[in-house]
Design a protein around this ligand. Structure first.
Ligand SMILES: [Zn+2]
Length: 472
């Protein structure tokens, strides 16, 4: 859509009124309109060179219509064609054989402005110059402090600003969302060993979200991890007590609990967490939450069905307490949506998604958990998978620090943990009292990506198998 930048908010509102009146005249049981205007800018720096600077603007509308329990969807970037699109959509929907139960639609009127510093306040040339400077400092200036070589240092940066409108017969909501995302991908070499590591910082927010210092930190953290990976040995396979850092804990919350607590899985019968009140673990210290209202990468105020977002306690003291729902899946448990219907863009239908998912902090101080600890402290995520129907998982772990009576006695890489989530939760013996939900992820489901946050406190889990490459 090339005329996007010519579209002022007033023009958008005029189109919304026209589309709404047209839909009102069609005698539908329900409809909703999602109109979005977005601007994305990407920068790619490869060592000391600029590889790409890209700008991308987009404007479009997605419309759901509902009549006689048949649910249809259409979308377009050409707003002036709305009548043709809606007519076609109604015709196609009438032909559907599948029926869908939907009720308890939202009725909210609101205008949300996310407080942030506008991306336009700094020229793209200055942004690029800063990244070149930071990369040069890390590769060249700090070279003398290193005993390994950096073969490659790539920086990827993306900023996104989206204005979203949601309208149904009773709701009119506008909200905006700024995102700042930065990656550092580095490859280092020491003797004959080569390691690559990705470090990132993603925030909801504008220019203020990732400062110059934060950008430097993404790179300096990466060189530190690279240095450790280059001197670490592959982790042995061993039965041990372990401590999981917030990133791994967040992953466990998201993958092993969050996905099985998405209510659309209830209809399909593919979740291991079948019923509210089911005792997941006798361990009362386990509480797991999905909360779009806290500060995090997965935050929002209204979901893409116009429902106000709220905190959902998925697991409370070891018991299945609640599911994340959208309007459709809420009918499976005879409830109202709790605001978890999200769509990647106007051209996707909303589906049940997580927001910020985390273990709630417990009573144990971090230093008490580490004092006298013997076992492995596992840090950083390196890929994984979950089978939600039976609750098994396997996660790759980037780094494993071996502790003996509270002291680090070895550093390893290429570790993994696996097992059944239920037995795993039973074995959690300590829950740290500091909750860190700064983790960010790009969750894929139904061919859509959702920005999500995750984290938690550090957790001690006793007597589990740490996977590795050789036996000790
Ligand atoms: Zn996911």
């Amino acid at each position: 859509m090339k005329q996007t930048s010519n579209f002022k908010n007033k023009d958008i509102e005029t189109y919304i009124d026209k589309i709404k009146s047209y839909l009102d005249s069609k005698n539908l049981d329900y409809y909703d309109i999602r109109l979005e205007k977005s601007k994305k800018t990407g920068i790619l720096i490869d060592n000391l060179k600029i590889r790409t600077i890209a700008d991308n603007e987009n404007l479009g509308v997605g419309i759901r219509i509902y009549k006689n329990k048949k649910l249809g969807f259409c979308s377009t970037t050409i707003l002036e064609n709305y009548k043709t699109i809606i007519d076609e959509c109604i015709r196609a929907t009438e032909k559907l054989t599948k029926t869908t139960n939907m009720k308890n639609f939202s009725s909210n009127k609101d205008k949300i402005k996310f407080k942030h510093k506008d991306f336009q306040d700094k020229d793209i040339e200055i942004k690029v110059k800063e990244f070149l400077e930071i990369n040069k400092e890390e590769i060249e200036t700090k070279r003398k402090d290193r005993d390994y070589k950096i073969l490659e240092s790539e920086i990827r940066y993306r900023e996104e600003y989206t204005e979203k409108y949601f309208i149904n017969p009773w709701s009119y909501i506008s909200q905006d969302k700024p995102y700042s995302i930065m990656y550092s991908l580095m490859t280092g070499k020491k003797d004959n060993i080569i390691e690559t590591n990705l470090n990132r910082n993603c925030k909801m927010g504008g220019l203020e979200a990732i400062s110059y210092n934060d950008k430097q930190k993404v790179l300096s953290e990466n060189t530190k991890i690279l240095n450790e990976l280059l001197v670490s040995k592959p982790c042995p396979a061993i039965k041990s007590n372990i401590i999981l850092d917030a990133e791994v804990v967040g992953l466990l919350a998201h993958e092993a609990i969050g996905h099985p607590c998405e209510a659309d899985d209830l209809e399909l019968g593919i979740t291991v967490l079948k019923k509210k009140g089911m005792v997941l673990t006798k361990n009362k210290n386990i509480t797991i939450i999905d909360d779009p209202t806290i500060k995090g990468f997965g935050s929002f105020v209204y979901d893409d069905e116009g429902t106000k977002a709220k905190k959902v306690t998925l697991i409370k003291n070891g018991i299945v307490n609640d599911y994340m729902t959208d309007i459709q899946s809420a009918t499976y448990i005879e409830e109202k949506s709790n605001g978890s219907g999200r769509a990647e863009s106007y051209s996707d239908v909303p589906v049940v998604r997580m927001s910020n998912t985390f273990f709630e902090g417990g009573k144990d101080k971090n230093k008490d958990i580490l004092t006298d600890f013997s076992g492995f402290y596992l840090k950083g995520f390196a890929g994984g998978m979950v089978e939600p129907s039976i609750g098994t998982f396997m996660f790759g772990i980037k780094q494993a620090y071996k502790y003996d009576k509270g002291k680090i006695v070895g550093t390893f890489k290429q570790a993994s943990i696996s097992g059944n989530i239920l037995t795993y939760l039973n074995n959690i013996t300590k829950v740290g009292n500091i909750t860190d939900v700064s983790g960010c992820g790009f969750c894929g489901k139904s061919n859509q990506t959702a920005y999500v946050g995750d984290g938690g406190p550090i957790l001690r889990v006793d007597n589990v198998i740490v996977g590795g490459t050789n036996h000790e």
